[in-house]
Write a protein that binds this ligand. Structure first.
Ligand code: MIC
Ligand code: SF4
Length: 641
């Protein structure tokens, strides 16, 4: 029987398990990437594993998130990552070289390879035909040490792209359309594999916009075939020798299929505060906009910014709008500078930032009180911009730039003729900001600044798990709620004690204090708990606060894995009506916890305060049960070493 692309790549990397949707499989990882805000933790964990040199084909440490350096903390973390990378066989992409996903696509991504990254937007690599998956830092550390990556064999959903996009309608609108149809939990347990005649018009950077934001569907990843377009991109990057063809077989089968007629799409936006709150620009209408941000790993490629430059050329940004632009990589930045496009951006009044995540992760450019910000990014979660009262809309660079000129949300089709930007025959290649690992690692001293504090490690699961319900929450709580990231907090990603004072504060500012006073307890939540970022801080900080279990209607994939890796029980209500019976302050007990966890899928929990029992599900593999019994993945790995 024919195979789809996902099956082909997984089969090539399969270490154990059966390729049956829902089963646990283990795959070999060819490449890893980390970025600085999850990287410090990932490398501390890699050091704790004790393998001297990475066993992957290529591992790269990027610095792109924390680049503000308002104090010594960021610079300390950068120095730690640079030295630890040099010592252990890891390439180091210096601050300023660009956003990890953009640079990885340009310089390292390879069709048919597997990539594991400590960032939820690692699936960007699917644009070049990689099986690229986001994970917590500990999973990436294990992969660097040569261990397999365990995941649930996903369902494969074929997305057929029919026809061709109309002018001013973009790749961003394709993924927004999917989010509109499927919602932020519609992709859980799935990989989206793209196909159809529409592919021939989509360049690799455009494909990467789609696979990047596929993360917002909750998907395991998304992937495009490797075809002529992929070849052209890799050739232009001087890497055509790394190209292979990768297509699904004629008779390949899929678990699901979705058809999108590209010719019917129009410019879309995601309204506050969720990437799936999608409507047409027309329907939302000309609302007044205070800020426009163009950049992020979703939309900061050469093609994106050249279009923006052409539209801005000779014009002036609206006086009430602050327009900021961050080119995705040094390559993009250099090319814009060399061909003069950068001058059009500056001349029009745009504020040009360095090649980094910047405002996307709240590192500066927090909007004014109650301001409306239109961003080409992938997430508009509540508070993520750094301003709680801000309203963030997500859109294509075309919508963003049209809006920056007019001062109100604008359908770019009003601008007239669509700018024509060709994919360059060759990109400017200069990898001088990527530092190879040391050839004499024994001489490299790993430098640790005072901001780097030990991370918490759990104990073996107790036989009686008892605690108070410290918080009950609604659906779609993001990791930005659980462990906020902004210019003030991001410098403390290697300092769990400091972060613990801010855990879940956007939901309830009294939570950290109450959790500390109670010495820990349980969390209760609705559907899709922990969507968004891969930051394992959203598990490590609750662990530090003594959280023993989270009982939810459902979990987001990476966060659930991070909870298990930390030895925190991720439990799902067997009967969702029990969600309404629990109140903050109720004391819950799991008796015979060890036996129940190793025993089977159903666990009985007693609500001591209200005097009733209810059932929760722990639908995980036997291996993960052992991880939970051991008190997390590090303990488990040490025990089994
Ligand atoms: C994000 O976009 O939320 C981040 C910041 O890149 C995170 C990683 C992090 O929290 O450090 C992600 O996507 O995983
Ligand atoms: Fe950086 Fe934003 Fe991309 Fe996350 S989504 S990697 S913060 S640019």
């Amino acid at each position: 029987m024919g195979k789809n692309i996902v099956e082909k790549v997984i089969e090539n990397h399969l270490i154990s398990g059966e390729m049956k949707a829902g089963e646990e499989i283990a795959i070999k990882i060819d490449q890893t990437l980390t970025q600085d805000s999850t990287g410090t933790m990932a490398y501390l964990q890699f050091e704790a594993i004790g393998v001297p040199e990475v066993k992957t084909k290529r591992s790269v440490a990027y610095i792109d998130h924390n680049t503000l350096q308002a104090g010594f903390e960021n610079a300390d973390d950068h120095r730690y990552i640079q030295t630890v990378a040099s010592k252990h066989g890891i390439y180091f992409s210096r601050p300023g070289n660009g956003i990890c996903h953009q640079v990885h696509l340009e310089r390292f991504g390879r069709p048919g390879f597997t990539l594991l990254g400590s960032d939820s937007h690692t699936p960007t690599g699917g644009g070049i035909g990689m099986l690229a998956i986001g994970a917590g830092g500990l999973d990436v550390a294990v992969a660097m040490a040569g261990g397999p990556y365990h995941l649930t064999m996903p369902k494969v959903c074929k997305v057929v792209l029919k026809g061709r996009l109309k002018p001013w309608v973009t790749a961003k609108d394709i993924i927004l359309e999917l989010l509109r149809r499927l919602t932020v939990k519609g992709g859980v347990g799935k990989v989206f594999e793209y196909s159809g005649e529409g592919l021939q018009y989509l360049t690799v950077p455009e494909r990467a916009t789609i696979t990047n934001m596929g993360a917002e569907l909750g998907a395991t990843t998304s992937i495009f075939p490797s075809d002529e377009m992929t070849y052209a991109f890799m050739k232009a990057q001087g890497r055509e020798d790394e190209w292979i063809e990768l297509r699904s077989d004629e008779d390949a089968t899929y678990d699901e299929e979705i058809v999108i007629d590209l010719s019917t799409l129009e410019p879309l936006v995601a309204k506050p505060h969720s990437p799936d709150n999608v409507d047409t620009v027309k329907n939302v209408g000309p609302i007044k906009v205070d800020q426009v941000c163009i950049g992020s790993c979703t939309n900061s490629s050469y093609l994106d910014l050249m279009k923006v430059a052409q539209i801005l050329k000779g014009k002036t940004v609206h006086p009430d709008v602050s327009l900021v632009i961050s080119p995705g990589s040094k390559q993009v930045y250099t090319m814009l500078a060399q061909n003069g496009a950068l001058a059009h951006l500056i001349d029009a009044g745009a504020r040009i930032l360095e090649s980094a995540c910047g405002p996307c992760i709240g590192m500066g450019q927090a909007p004014a009180t109650d301001a409306v910000s239109v961003r080409t990014f992938n997430r508009n979660f509540y508070g993520r911009s750094g301003t709680m009262s801000a309203k963030v809309y997500l859109a294509s660079p075309e919508v963003a730039v049209a809006t920056a000129l007019s001062g109100v949300l604008t359908d770019p089709r009003e601008l007239g003729e669509y700018p024509k930007v060709e994919m360059p025959k060759s990109f400017v290649i200069n990898d001088n900001s990527i530092i190879p690992p040391s050839e004499t690692p024994e001489e490299v001293e790993v430098v640790r600044g005072p901001n780097i504090k030990p991370f918490p490690i759990n104990k073996e699961l107790a036989d009686r798990v008892e605690g108070e319900v410290l918080l009950t929450m609604e659906d779609n709580i993001t990791t930005d709620h659980i462990m906020p990231s902004n210019a003030k907090l991001l410098p403390y990603r290697s300092n769990i004690p400091h972060l613990s004072d801010y855990c879940l504060a956007p939901v309830d500012p009294t939570f950290p204090g109450r959790a500390k006073k109670a010495g820990g307890g349980f969390l209760v939540a609705g559907h899709n708990y922990g969507q968004g970022s891969s930051r394992e801080h959203a598990a490590l900080v609750p662990l530090y606060l003594g959280i023993k279990g989270v009982i939810a209607k459902s979990f987001a994939r990476i966060h659930e894995a991070n909870l298990i890796n930390s030895g925190i029980l991720p439990l799902v209500f067997e009967d969702e009506t029990d969600y309404h019976r629990i109140d903050k302050g109720d004391v819950l007990v799991i008796d015979n916890a060890r036996e129940q966890v190793s025993g089977g899928n159903i666990i009985t929990v007693s609500n001591m305060t209200k005097g009733y029992d209810f059932e929760v599900r722990l639908a995980v593999s036997p291996r993960l049960r052992d991880v939970l019994l051991a008190g997390g993945l590090l303990n488990y790995t040490k025990k089994n070493a």
